[in-house]
Design a protein around this ligand. Sequence first.
Ligand SMILES: Nc1nc2c(ncn2[C@@H]2O[C@@H]3COP(=O)(O)O[C@H]4[C@@H](O)[C@H](n5cnc6c(=O)[nH]c(N)nc65)O[C@@H]4COP(=O)(O)O[C@H]3[C@H]2O)c(=O)[nH]1
Length: 517
Amino acid sequence: MDRSRIIVTAVVLALLGAIVPIAAMVHLSWIQAVQKEHKRLQLFASRAIARADISRGDATAALLQIDQFTGIRCSADHIARMRQLTINTRSTEEMGYFENGLLKCSSWGLTEGRVAQTVPDFTTRDGIAVTARMQPVMSEGHLLMALRYKDHNVLVDPVRFVDVIVDPGVQLALTTETGILLGALNGPDPARIEKIIAGPDEGIDDDLLFATARGTGWIAVAAEPKSQILDSVRQQRLLLLPLGAFMAAFIIGMVVWLSRRRLSPLGELQIAVRKREFIVHYQPIVELRTGNCIGAEALVRWKRPNGSLVRPDLFIPLAEESGLITAITDQVIALVVFDLNRLLVADRSIHIAINLSATDVSTARVLPVIEKALQHTGIEPQQIWLEATERGFVDINSARSTVVRARELGHAVVIDDFGTGYSSLSYLEGLPLDALKIDKSFIDTISTNSATSSVTPHIIGMAKTLKLKIVAEGVETQAQADYLVEHDVEYGQGWLFARPMPAAEFIAYCRQAKAPA
Ligand SMILES: Nc1nc2c(ncn2[C@@H]2O[C@@H]3COP(=O)(O)O[C@H]4[C@@H](O)[C@H](n5cnc6c(=O)[nH]c(N)nc65)O[C@@H]4COP(=O)(O)O[C@H]3[C@H]2O)c(=O)[nH]1
């Protein structure tokens, strides 16, 4: 991802990070206020059910008691007993006795009209037949509920069933299980109540919050307009918004921190390593006398997602400092095998020199990595040269054991950029090296009168004394090449022959350089 995309993504994430938690808290405060209100409404509805059960229980008890009366029906005693039970039973308005399906007497006395027994709407489990709404004969006024047991019935004012205290604005309705409205407080709309009891036990119906409670025989609905909970929502918001603001600040902070980290050179390099954004270019190494291609140096490049290539000297120092270099070395090894397996198997005289970091040299951890990478490829270990700069040999003892082990495995070991560090002849003598690369800065002085121009023959002489092969690096002119040939330097690498190139070009270069003239 390039910088501008990272910045755009960070801004979008920061905006989302600011909006989402606050919006979530606003939503949560609404949900919590609704839940709280549902609980409260549920409580009212349950109380109505409990009240209805008590009222029915009282009426049932009165019916059972009158049923126990053994005297003559509709006698003065019977009527007095019925009256007494009516007065003592809070929910009961009137009690009556039926014979042959007609009302014969009631708690008010003998009846003359031919009042027929009502058809019950339902019968409870304890045998009480309930008619939800009926017009009383004796008392004018609103509809009453009739409960009948055997030949007696009681009339109950349905208001007794919803005789509970509710907050102003809370509508309460009690219905039968079949939806017949028995009693109501604060004027609920019967059609809405019918709709509500057919659905879930709590919820929101347009502008109404509701909760229902179901008892045996009854359903109670408590409802109130949504606007009633606005205060509660505001209170919840006061509690939750600071939390949302804190979360938003935290997320924005994280986004800023992550994007800064992502935008930092190290952050970018870490991602490049993780995404394996590296490729390898190969710079041919030629035999100076013949111009034959004898191999190449593998030179890593960081291919950015936008396709641009970053030179290694711009990221290798940071990779070394941060320890990412070992992962990069591993990727280079894998790429070399992937790119050049066929060429190396087909032509055993070709070698590829891989650059090792100081860590790779001091720990030797790279050797098993190479061994594993070469397994089942057919590439010979001697076709892989290992190049290390003088910095890799600072800890001479560990460097020596790595060099020894590398050579045991069959690799050639080359000292790179020779002459730019502090290596001395005696220092080099202690290391079983195979080749020495003369740094470009010395090659540049060839045929010039600079102060360092006299160093180059010394380096050549030193390498010969140590019986090391010599590779001259950075050969740019024919004069330099001629000089090197004259001084018996076998190999050269530089723009005079070829620049670093992608694998396919290197393969073609090698074939053409080796083709018979
Ligand atoms: N002006 C000029 N330059 C020439 C000429 N011939 C070769 N060069 C450049 O000199 C460098 C030679 O590689 P080096 O000394 O190992 O120096 C390398 C090496 O120390 C390091 N490097 C490259 N690849 C790797 C790698 O895979 N691992 C590690 N640890 N270091 C690497 O980065 C350094 C720079 O690599 P590059 O930028 O590819 O630069 C390469 C190459 O492109 C020439 O005739 N003229």
